[in-house]
Design a protein around this ligand. Structure first.
Ligand code: HEM
Length: 221
């Protein structure tokens, strides 16, 4: 009964609109103090941290969709995965733009020096660049063009991006490692789930192939 209700709610056209508005909430929370003229001691740090946090949160939320679909028997949840992934990319773009515009003032030489010399920037940059092809190929047209199998393989890069995001966070904090370690545990668990699922699927296929073929019985007349 509960599953039926949930699946009805999840397939409603309004649910997507509600989720879209909710995903814009963090952006509103970032802009609001500026609009209200509140005193923010370090505005650059405030924006950089908030956008970084939300990029990682959206990456983790996106990765949770598949296990949740399977655990709750709600295949309809897939409708929201693309939107959540694109929001991860959106906040990553804001995060990178803040760095590019306000931190480095478009100085390409400084940026390359940072990427080359500061490991936490190198790995953050890798996490970000990995998301670009995923955002571009997130449309139905690209799924058709690449073919389902190749598209799925490409989109596994979101796991690498999330792992790089966690390392980026871990390397930049000096002592408060609890939060990055919590993210590491969650991403590790989600990765383990997918690997376990892949092994189970392979085993089932192997068992299916090994099962004796049924030979048709000849009926003599
Ligand atoms: C998917 C990609 C990325 C993720 C998930 C991510 C995540 C984060 C997180 C969680 C934080 C810390 C927020 C906090 O302390 O509350 C952070 C900070 C930061 N990130 Fe990223 N980031 C990404 C990409 C990048 C890129 C591409 C750059 C620049 C090239 C970058 C530069 C920074 C900087 C400069 C800080 C602040 C460091 C400080 O306060 O000392 N990040 N990021």
């Amino acid at each position: 009964m509960l599953t039926v209700l949930a699946s009805k709610w999840l397939t409603s056209k309004w649910t997507k609109a509600v989720l879209f508005s909710l995903c814009l909430g963090p952006l509103a929370a970032i802009i609001w103090p500026f609009l209200r003229g509140y005193t923010i001691p370090n505005p650059l740090e405030f924006i950089q941290h908030a956008t970084g946090d939300w990029t990682l949160r959206f990456l983790v939320i996106t990765l949770t969709v598949t296990p949740l679909r399977q655990l709750l028997h709600l295949p309809e949840l897939i409708r929201f995965r693309r939107m959540l992934g694109l929001f991860a990319f959106f906040y990553a773009c804001l995060h990178f733009t803040t760095y590019l515009v306000f931190d480095k003032l478009f100085d390409a030489h400084e940026i390359w020096k940072d990427i080359y010399k500061r490991p936490f920037i190198t790995v953050g940059f890798l996490a970000f660049t990995l998301l670009i092809p995923l955002a571009i190929t997130s449309t139905a047209g690209w799924i058709r063009r690449l073919g389902g199998r190749r598209w799925r393989i490409l989109h596994r890069a979101i796991y690498i991006s999330a792992v790089c995001g966690v390392i980026h966070y871990y390397w930049l904090v000096k002592s408060a490692v609890i939060r990055p370690l919590t993210y590491a545990a969650i991403v590790g668990l989600l990765l383990a789930w997918r690997v376990g699922e892949w092994f189970l699927r392979r085993r089932r296929t192997a068992l299916g192939n090994a099962a004796p073929q049924q030979t048709p019985i000849k009926v003599s007349q």
